[in-house]
Design a binder for this molecule. Structure first.
Ligand SMILES: Nc1nc2c(ncn2[C@@H]2O[C@H](COP(=O)(O)OP(=O)(O)OP(=O)(O)O)[C@@H](O)[C@H]2O)c(=O)[nH]1
Length: 564
């Protein structure tokens, strides 16, 4: 096993021990069945319905509101159970809230799934619903910013919790017609930050033919408007089973689910049912409900793929766009200042980026920021195998799919692979070594693919390669503090100084070498001259008196030396 693969496996085993974090968002208009879906998914009535006659108590109240906003800027919590009529604010729209509920699901072998449900009560309830999509997008973007800030920290926070949302189930109002403008607009916006899976709730209100037509209309609208929803993709060289399963799931989209808060026993098996005056239906019966299939996809077969795409693709795109715009802005400033960047980046703490950015985006009310940063531990419900919600795997085995939730059962690698381009692959390689990326997603290192995956509808990648549209005020804040720039500039100036030093010392050395060479030449010439003089004298002496030769020669040379 290669070093990279073995470290990926070790990391996944560590993740399994700590628990796999997975965040699901439910979005859609009121009454589309979101709350019932979550309660059915967890097999426990965790979330309260908005229009219940009684105020829920106990475990039902564990969810916390992270943000709320409306057009008038007045604090109005859309999750309120009892609305007291106040004529002063009666004309104001309810706005939207974003709530978070965390549950811990234990499997038979004690592996943990830390599941966070993000609900969006109030969505679609306003006359002007623009604020809804904006608020959700701000929330999703803020989670990306928190990870970006953490990744760029000099010292990582070991307690950092990744709060990115991995999948958004978009509940389409069951009208039978198709998508509305609000659906198209919101899904398009959402899919830049999260995997969007369209869902039809209350599917029992359609006949078989009506449901088929409704599904077809929705898929046509998705194709027509080029909405990049989550793709059940496969490679040509994938296992036949994988290809078959993904084709099946792809054709099933959008999932049409029947959900319920009520439990009953059917043929000795406990399940959730909807009871009507004329009879009961089992929500886990795949003949008329896609609920068990969708549950299996979310908590089992495609959990890792959804996490991988969030990190390797959606987040990477966001990160690249953000940093590129920061660099471009700096270059522009430098050009405007005649090549000199007048305000060098400051060394302020990166955690401030997230906070300051969040504050800028979420001006009112500010209390949600602090609650968001403490995500993960508070309000967590532990559902063990003793009280029925634990054994996701055994529940899912009742589905028509034979796919067990391998991740929850302890299988470290997903069976599904994700095609990365070269640039992305190198980023993923880096990620292997970084605790943030490592703990966050976990790439599919063991199953690299080389063949392109087969798309079914508009590819997500083609949708979001355009130029970034981030406002300059936010960019300035990032550019002031992101150490990528700082590091780059420091390195560049160090490099230049080193080059200068090298150049100077090379010149010095060359000069010294030339001087030495000149000196050596002079000495050689002098030696040659002396030898010639000596030879001449010797000849002269030899001619005059052979007896005194030695003494005379010695005195001659000594005398000559004195002259020198
Ligand atoms: N017929 C039918 N009714 C359903 C189904 N699922 C939920 N309901 C009912 O639809 C109503 C609305 O369901 P909720 O789950 O509260 O819908 P929601 O989208 O959470 O609505 P808000 O809480 O207002 O945001 C409730 O009375 C549910 O009992 C279903 O599959 N079929």
């Amino acid at each position: 096993m290669s070093k990279r693969n073995s470290s990926a496996v070790l990391r996944r085993q560590k993740d399994l021990k700590r628990g796999i974090r997975f965040t699901v968002m439910v979005c859609g208009c009121a009454g589309t069945g979101k709350t019932s879906f979550v309660n059915s998914l967890l097999e426990r009535n965790i979330l309260p319905h908005r229009y219940q006659y009684h105020k829920p108590t106990g475990e039902e109240t564990i969810r916390k509101t992270i943000t709320f906003a409306n057009l008038s800027g007045v604090v109005s919590d859309a999750t309120e159970y009892e609305r007291v009529f106040d004529p002063e604010v009666a004309n104001q729209e309810p706005g939207i809230s974003i709530t978070e509920t965390s549950v811990e699901i234990l499997d038979e072998d004690d592996s943990k799934l830390l599941l966070t449900i993000i609900d969006t009560p109030g969505f679609g309830d306003n006359i002007n619903n623009e604020v809804c999509a904006t608020e959700i997008i701000n929330f999703l973007e803020q989670q990306f910013d928190l990870v970006l800030a953490e990744e760029t920290r000099v010292r990582r926070n070991p307690r950092f919790v990744d709060t990115r949302v991995h999948v958004c189930l978009y509940f389409i109002t069951p009208t039978g017609h198709g998508l509305r403008e609000l659906d198209v607009d919101t899904m398009k916006k959402l899919s830049k930050f999260v995997n969007v899976i369209p869902v039809i709730g209350r599917a029992d209100s359609f006949t078989k033919t009506e449901l088929l037509n409704f599904k077809r209309n929705i898929m046509q609208d998705i194709d027509h408007h080029k909405i990049p929803i989550y793709q059940f993709e496969y490679d040509a060289d994938d296992d036949d089973d994988v290809v078959e399963e993904n084709r099946y799931l792809s054709e099933m989209q959008p999932f049409a689910v029947i959900t319920s808060d009520d439990e009953a026993e059917i043929n000795g098996v406990k399940t959730r049912v909807r009871t009507y005056p004329w009879g009961s239906i089992d929500i886990n019966n795949t003949e008329y409900s896609d609920f068990p299939v969708l549950k299996s996809v979310l908590l089992g077969s495609h959990l890792q793929d959804l996490k991988d795409i969030t990190h390797d693709f959606l987040y990477e795109n966001y990160r690249t766009e953000k940093l590129m715009s920061v660099t471009e802005l700096e270059e522009l400033r430098a050009a405007e200042a005649g090549g000199i960047v007048s305000e060098p980046p400051s060394m302020s703490n990166l955690a401030d980026i997230a906070n300051s950015k969040s504050m800028a985006k979420f001006d009112a009310p500010s209390q949600r920021i602090s609650s968001m940063l403490s995500t993960g531990t508070t309000g967590t419900t532990k559902i063990t195998k003793d009280n029925k919600v634990d054994s996701v795997a055994s529940k899912l085995s009742a589905t028509s799919l034979t796919e067990p939730p391998e991740i929850i059962k302890g299988k470290p690698e997903s069976d599904y692979s994700f095609q990365k381009d070269d640039e992305l692959a190198s980023l993923v390689d880096d990620k292997e070594e970084t605790p943030v990326g490592a703990g966050l997603a976990g790439s599919n290192a063991a199953t690299p693919t080389t063949t392109p995956r087969l798309p079914h509808s508009p590819s997500v990648s083609s949708q979001y390669s355009g130029s970034p549209s981030i406002n300059a005020r936010q960019l300035r804040k990032i550019s002031e503090t992101v150490p990528y720039l700082l590091k780059h500039e420091t390195l560049m100036s160090k490099h230049q100084k080193l080059e200068e030093l090298e150049r100077k010392s090379a010149q010095e050395l060359a000069k010294r070498a030339a001087e030495l060479e000149k000196k050596a030449m002079e000495l050689k010439q002098r030696e040659k001259l002396l030898k010639e003089q000596l030879a001449k004298k010797e000849k002269l002496l030899a001619k005059e008196e052979p007896a005194d030769t030695t003494a005379d020669t010695a005195s001659f040379v000594a005398g000559d030396d004195k002259e020198q």
